[in-house]
Design a protein around this ligand. Structure first.
Ligand SMILES: NC(=O)c1ccc[n+]([C@@H]2O[C@H](COP(=O)([O-])OP(=O)(O)OC[C@H]3O[C@@H](n4cnc5c(N)ncnc54)[C@H](O)[C@@H]3O)[C@@H](O)[C@H]2O)c1
Length: 225
């Protein structure tokens, strides 16, 4: 499932470039996976491609969007319109990926009423009313960690059952509520680990460096997956 959004992004790029079909090798390279894995993934969707032709780009987009539930554009509420929240609220790319930022909330009265990307920031106390009116499906938390659990509780009370949490803390939510966490510091720490491992592989006992430049091979993981 985590690879499907990568295939979808690559397929949209191909469609924009005017490509009607793509080989499994071409799509695998564009999505950064190996082609055997891609063929196996797509076979689970019932998509096998045509020998010598490849996959129909538009059809595969439809199949992946259907599988990911993207045929319906989901409404997103963003809570916490500070530095990060401003950047997220102003990002135009969500719409083309199937999401509509439908409401912005903050607890700071000084921010309430501020227009960002066609929406006015609302006070967090309006969350329940707005969530019902806008059929909010996903809540994004971009508040300080100390406020995040209260915000998550308010989102759940307002009927939101999917939360994307940017605050560096663990949220406790009732069963049936899905939480995904994005933490760039964790990703940096993982890269730091790889850096550390590479330098210890090149270091010889006694603190000398390997003359052959022996190094670990590169790895790539999707941020947030
Ligand atoms: N996940 C990541 O990779 C990543 C990267 C940067 C920042 N962060 C985190 O994102 C969060 C926001 O960072 P920032 O730099 O934008 O902070 P910020 O202080 O600029 O903004 C936080 C906003 O949340 C609002 N807020 C506070 N309590 C609230 C509440 N109960 N309800 C609604 N709004 C409330 C504040 O008024 C403020 O506008 C922090 O938790 C930070 O650690 C995460």
């Amino acid at each position: 499932m985590a690879r499907l959004p990568e295939y979808l992004r690559a397929l949209h790029n191909l469609a924009e470039a005017g490509d009607d079909t793509v080989s499994s090798e071409g799509l695998a390279a564009a999505a950064g996976v190996n082609s055997a894995k891609l063929r196996k993934d797509l076979s689970h969707l019932g998509s096998y491609g045509t020998r010598g032709v490849g996959y129909d780009v538009a059809l595969l987009i439809d199949q992946i969007e259907f599988t990911l539930g993207l045929t319906q554009r989901r409404a997103v509420a963003l809570v916490g319109v500070g530095n990060l929240g401003h950047a997220l609220a102003g990002y135009a790319g969500f719409a083309s990926r199937g999401f509509r930022i439908a409401a912005l909330f903050d607890a700071d009265q000084a921010r309430v009423g501020e227009p960002i990307n066609g929406l006015n920031v609302r006070h967090i106390s309006d969350l329940a009313v707005v969530a019902a009116a806008e059929s909010i499906a996903i809540g994004v938390i971009a508040t300080p960690a100390a406020a995040a659990q209260d915000v998550a509780d308010a989102l759940v009370a307002a009927g939101v059952t999917s939360i994307l949490n940017f605050a560096p803390c663990v949220l406790s939510v009732p069963e049936g509520v899905d939480v995904r966490k994005v933490d760039l510091a964790v990703e940096l720490q993982i890269l730091s680990f790889h850096e550390h491992r590479k330098s210890s592989l090149t270091a010889l006992p006694g603190g000398l460096s390997s003359p052959n430049g022996l190094a670990a091979t590169g790895t790539e993981e999707a941020v947030g997956s």
